[in-house]
Design a binder for this molecule. Structure first.
Ligand code: AP5
Ligand code: MG
Length: 224
């Protein structure tokens, strides 16, 4: 690669529920200006709009289970076919099982795009419940906060857009959270092995200050 030309960033961000994928994704987007593709966000938007896909997805999401691959893979392929992903993209929360990882390989090959880094945000599962129960989100722009670890600079006002209304996610109820963590923990290890073997995996310590996590991610992204 010559001079200041940068590799196109085609990233996957993985990590258990509450690991900080969305929080770090926001920072990556601000710095690297690549589209943020969060399957969770896509499902929540569809649920809010009451679309057929949203109604279907809700059955699984409310229980903390995975939406079937047949639905999820199609959504990602459609999104990766859009032109704005040609100059890079960041997947957040996809793939989440080994079949999705294979599906992603098939679609990126077809679309002539290849993943160049998988960033795994590693956090001890013991801290995840507390993170999710303290999370709140701006109703207007979706910016994510935590009542203890990441409150807005001015109480009750979103740092990003200045709005004053926030909500908590339906699936952040303690019972659902437990199942989400259990489901994802089981699926995570084979995925980690898969990307490790492909030499694409970069694990960062997600159990430190949000800005320090980001510094580790920046190091990875500048090295590729
Ligand atoms: P999704 O929306 O992706 O949820 P998730 O994977 O459970 O992850 P979260 O969004 O809850 O956590 P996060 O890692 O983004 O953490 P955040 O940055 O918000 O998926 C939801 C559901 O959709 C799934 O359960 C499934 O049903 C379905 N779905 C989605 N993708 C699918 C797929 N591929 N296949 C099938 N089904 C799918 O941070 C959490 C909190 O911690 C915040 O309050 C934040 O402020 C705080 N925080 C963040 N970092 C730190 C830090 N370093 N220190 C202290 N606090 C921190
Ligand atoms: Mg998220």
């Amino acid at each position: 690669m010559e001079g200041n030309m940068m590799t196109t960033l085609n990233l996957v961000l993985m990590g258990l529920p509450g690991a900080g994928k969305g929080t770090q994704a926001q920072k990556i987007v601000d710095e690297f200006k690549i589209p943020h593709i969060s399957t969770g966000d896509i499902f929540r938007a569809a649920m809010k709009n009451g679309t057929e896909m949203g109604i279907e997805a809700k059955k699984y999401i409310d229980q903390g289970n995975l939406v079937p691959d047949s639905v999820t893979d199609g959504i990602v392929e459609e999104r990766l076919s859009e032109d704005d992903t040609n100059a890079g993209f960041m997947l957040d929360g996809y793939p989440r099982n080994i079949d999705q990882a294979h599906a992603l390989e098939t679609m990126t090959t077809k679309l002539d795009k290849s993943i160049n880094a998988v960033i795994n945000i590693h956090v001890d599962p013991a801290v995840l419940v507390e993170r999710l129960s303290g999370r709140f989100i701006c109703k207007n722009c979706g910016a994510t906060y935590h009542k203890l670890y990441n409150p807005p600079k001015v109480e009750g006002t979103c740092d990003v857009c200045g709005h004053h209304e926030f909500y908590q996610r339906e699936d952040d109820k303690p019972e659902t959270v437990k199942n989400r963590i259990a489901v994802n923990t089981k699926l995570n290890t084979p995925l980690i092995d898969f990307y490790n073997e492909k030499k694409l995996l970069y694990t960062v310590n997600g159990d430190q200050d949000i800005n320090d996590v980001y510094k580790e991610i920046q190091k990875v992204l500048r090295a590729i």
